[in-house]
Ligand binder design. Sequence first.
Ligand code: PGA
Length: 254
Amino acid sequence: MRQVVFAANWKMHLGPEEARAYLKTFFERSRLPDGRLPEGCEVWFFPPAVSLEAVAQALVGRSGFLAGAQNVYWEPKGAFTGEISAPLAAAAGARAVLVGHSERRHRFGEIDADTERKLSAVLEAQLLPLLCVGETLAEREAGNTLDVVTRQLEAALGRRPPAALQQVTVAYEPVWAIGTGRNATPRDAAEVHRAIRRWLAEHGAKSSRILYGGSVSLKNAAELLAERELDGVLVGGASLDPATWGELVRSTAA
Ligand code: PGA
């Protein structure tokens, strides 16, 4: 049976109170029978760190749902003002962590080597990494998409044994598609997904999941997910309204 992940990246939105209200509306409005997801479907929420605990608590006992952190620092503890570690995220209820999101790379200067260290820290804390990769518009126009994505995979995952690689989910998120309203076509996304899948299989991970992200909306989600190369979606803007997100999940999950 096909497994589909619907991942919501709230970015810098929704404090603890708002997060609780969001989830209440989401469960009321998503019209999921008994609040349960269809079989094979999972919903992952990545709230800001301050709301992690509220989200994790609201999801207790709901199967197929999890809370994750948007970012962690690679050291487990210490004098790193302003950072949170993977063990701290886990203590707040996180079960997954985004690594190398394009906004971390392009706005906060994260380099490939940082994604490697963060990925190690996430696995060490027994959390599930969701590694984000993707090319800029200039890189795509220069015909370098697959080189860039492969370089990002190599850096973060190249030295990992297959058992660790199996824990990793990858999100292909072209930088030019994030927050722009311009999504990749299912065909273009599928081409990159196939390259990522090939790379993972060559490194011993045959069943890793690959999500697509970048301007996924209620309008295009069904068309994107009709492409079987996509094991799910990672959604920013369209996940911020609980009714829209509930509708997106319900209408495309079955
Ligand atoms: P978007 O963001 O859906 O708003 O394009 C996706 C993401 O940044 O993960």
